[in-house]
Design a binder for this molecule. Structure first.
Ligand code: MIC
Ligand code: SF4
Length: 750
């Protein structure tokens, strides 16, 4: 847990830097700006300009989950440092497969992932990192319960790290290389984000919940609307949302591509802190309240201080359902039935899943249980498989004590481990064949094709836990729990009453087995085990330095059609087990992507040898073995979704030199830069049309690569003609140095 003295000192320093910044710029500050200025490496020298400057920040802590921590730790080890420079933790949550319920699933995970857990546990111990064992909970829930504090700054190797914004913490998702550098003592660099202010008025009622605020915003802003922006919530409505509800909203801000989302400190946060044994931190925060929200002048005329303002009246906000395939396909619940009809979605719900890092708070679970009890009382049977994923040990044991678990079990639910499970494709589903079209609904945050059960034909819809629970009873996407009725055993009709729940447990949380292992006082004499013949872990070799030459006549590995998330570039599910083995995991490169030149996803052609329908990894390996690099051409918001740097390391490892797209998602673009792949965007997005299957592509003038200067690309056509295309890059002078050194890590070590 974070110590009182640390928080006290932080606020003292914050007060000084805020005063200094106000004086320097002669204006009041937003809450976001207060946190940023108080974490700057050097306020005096920092260039300050939204959308332009690169901020150098000093985070308070680093959090990593097991699937991304492996690469983060392998990179940290390469840095040669003896101990982490900032408090850091590892959380074992992603590698537990959901199959037969919590206990058995954890036991199996411990056996199956032994090598990886041993590696993470021993390196955590050696390098001074706290270790949360499998079953302890999902990273974001554990961070919220233990480490988050208002006004702090944490970076985490997971895109949903912003969940901490629910407690007024600036929590930002990053790739493992960023984490490795901060743990090695370097400042963390990020593009100075623009600011979206979201003013909440009114108060939620009836079936509307915090989830609907963010589902609505996903529809409004789309999955790229938040790129390189921070979303700061304020207004009277903000104070009416529970701290965990705020967490849900901030968590899913990742779906907007936002750098992070944040709420100002208030009584709801104080109540949550007190309930999680941190009343003393709430007290210190209360004494520093003015620092932990925007200045009054900002609240009076927000349009002068934010780049964009959105207002949402919570009193009239309708519950929403989003999906399939993307979280921004949003509609109010009342429009769902007409969409099902119009778009031909399978109406039958085959599975309903609640919980995850997004929605497993006491409030969520108690509201869902209230619906469950009504259904049971009416004698209804569930018509869909019902799965519950608690977020942490505390949630699980408190659910059990308060009878919610029993209610769900009476419904026929399977209660899974406190882990990611079905949210990240760790769901062994026996009721559906791959390729079979079916609809599922969950309270999770992401719904890209193939993500949950590995079946790209599964249509995944997202909603609040209470609506998902009602859908489990109806088994029908056309059902509107607010206005619709369900038939009881005796033929009479029942209608659900509006869900009711408690924000926090009246009798406090039950702790359960917390599963925390502190690091050793000294790492001397502790060795980090990687079995030499392991197929799960592989020590990294530095990527080669740039040879100083232009990229000449690169064949196109894949030209992506449409959406290409990190789940398309580096799928999870069964591939999660190779997250520590770069060679092995690279075989999954672009397996989910639609290649414009191939007839099915995940296929590519060796155009030089004329061999068709291989996997992109096979094609890349064939070229690479002949010393030939490749280029990937992509669409808008390329690499949206996860923070997994494998989506950048695998292409790098297999010889991809350039990724040229219409636009990038923030974390992925940074990951490409860190690993030494050249990320370029089209100056004219229509130019993407000019690339054909057998074209070769050159990128010229690389030795004159400069910050802010465009890059010349040439397409060499089969008929011998050349088509020039202009591209942009967003690399700073320092980032160009990473490219030249072969990777950021190489640059750090020279
Ligand atoms: C996700 O929700 O996609 C994940 C799995 O949590 C990822 C991290 C990963 O791929 O390991 C994320 O969100 O960053
Ligand atoms: Fe885990 Fe899913 Fe949350 Fe990612 S979104 S951290 S996979 S529960």
């Amino acid at each position: 847990m974070v110590s009182n003295t640390y928080v006290q000192e932080r606020y003292k320093a914050m007060s000084d830097s805020v005063a200094q910044a106000r004086k320097k710029w002669g204006r009041p500050l937003t809450f976001t700006e207060k946190i940023l200025v108080s974490h700057l490496d050097n306020l005096e020298t920092q260039h300050w300009e939204r959308g332009i400057a690169q901020l150098l920040l000093r985070p308070d802590r680093v959090a990593m989950q097991d699937a991304t921590a492996q690469m983060a730790m392998l990179q940290f080890i390469q840095s040669g440092r003896k101990r982490v420079a900032v408090p850091s933790t590892i959380h074992c949550d992603h590698l537990i497969r959901a199959e037969s319920g919590a206990k058995k699933d954890i036991e199996r995970a411990i056996t199956e992932n032994k090598e990886v857990y041993n590696f993470l546990a021993s390196s955590a111990k050696k390098y001074g990192i706290g270790f949360w064992k499998p079953g302890a909970g999902i990273i974001h829930q554990v961070v919220l319960e233990n480490y988050a504090f208002p006004g702090g700054l944490v970076i985490g190797t997971d895109s949903h790290t912003p969940n901490g914004g629910g407690l007024g913490m600036m929590a930002i998702g990053v790739g493992g290389a960023d984490a490795g550098e901060v743990m090695a003592g370097l400042p963390w660099e990020v593009l100075h984000p623009k600011l979206i202010g979201v003013k909440l008025t009114g108060a939620m009622n009836g079936w509307t919940s915090a989830k609907d605020v963010i589902l609505y915003l996903c529809g409004l802003l789309t999955t790229k609307g938040g790129t390189n922006k921070i979303i700061e919530y304020f207004g009277p409505g903000a104070a009416s949302v529970s701290a965990t509800g705020k967490g849900t909203i901030a968590n899913m801000g990742a779906e907007l591509g936002a750098t992070t989302s944040i709420f100002p400190y208030d009584v709801k946060m104080a109540a949550y802190l007190a309930m999680t044994e941190r009343a003393d931190i709430a007290e210190i925060a209360d004494q520093n309240k003015a620092l932990l929200s925007a200045d009054p002048e900002v609240l009076q005329s927000p349009e002068n201080y934010f780049d964009e303002i959105i207002e949402i009246n919570l009193s009239t906000l309708e519950p929403h359902i989003v999906g399939p395939h993307t979280p921004d396909m949003a509609r109010p619940l009342s429009k769902m039935a007409s969409d099902v009809k119009e778009k031909g979605y399978p109406a039958k719900v085959s599975a309903a899943l609640i919980g995850s890092c997004t929605n497993s708070s006491y409030e969520d679970i108690s509201r869902a249980a209230h619906i469950a009890r009504q259904g049971l009382k009416a004698g209804l049977k569930t018509k869909a498989q019902f799965l519950v994923t608690p977020g942490s040990e505390r949630i699980y044991h408190t659910m059990k004590r308060d009878g919610f678990m029993q209610t769900f079990e009476e419904m026929g639910a399977t209660v899974l481990a406190n882990a990611c499970g079905p949210c990240i494709g760790q769901w062994k589903r026996n009721d559906m064949k791959t390729g079979e079209a079916n609809s599922i609904i969950s309270s999770f945050n992401r719904n890209f094709p193939g993500r949950n059960d590995g079946n790209a034909e599964t249509l995944s819809f997202l909603s609040s836990p209470e609506i998902v629970t009602a859908m489990a009873f109806s088994g029908d996407l056309n059902f509107n729990p607010i206005s619709g009725t369900l038939k009881m055993a005796d033929g009479t009709l029942m209608r659900f009453e509006t869900p009711q729940g408690e924000e926090l447990p009246a009798d406090g949380f039950v702790k359960g087995e917390e599963g925390f292992i502190p690091p050793a006082e000294s790492g001397e004499g502790i060795s980090v085990d990687i079995p030499p013949d392991s197929d799960r872990l592989q020590m990294l070799k530095p990527f080669p330095k740039w040879d100083g030459l232009d990229f000449s006549r690169l064949p196109i590995l894949v030209k992506v059609r449409g959406k290409c998330t990190t789940d398309h570039i580096s799928p999870a599910g069964p591939w999660l087990k190779y997250r520590g083995h770069l060679d092995k995991i690279s075989d999954n490169l672009l397996l989910g992507a639609n290649n414009m030149f191939a007839s099915e996803p995940g296929k590519a052609h060796d155009v030089l040898a004329g061999v068709r329908n291989l996997t992109p990894a096979q094609v890349a390996r064939r070229y690479f073995s002949q010393g030939i690099g490749t280029i990937i051409i992509g669409d808008e918001n390329y690499g949206e979704g996860s923070s997994r740097e494998h989506a950048a390391m695998s292409p790098r490892f297999l010889g991809v030199r350039v990724v040229l797209v219409k636009s990038f998602a923030r974390i992925h673009e940074t990951n490409l830069k860190k690993q030494g792949v050249l990320p370029l965007t089209f100056a004219q997005s229509g130019d993407a049309e000019k690339f054909n299957e057998t074209d070769r592509v050159s990128v010229i003038g690389l030795s004159a690569l400069e910050q802010g200067k465009p890059v010349a690309v040439e397409i060499h056509k089969a008929d011998g003609s050349t088509v020039p295309v202009l591209a942009h890059h967003s690399m700073t002078h320092q980032q160009i140095g990473w490219f030249q050194a072969g990777s950021a890590l190489n640059a750090m070590n020279t």
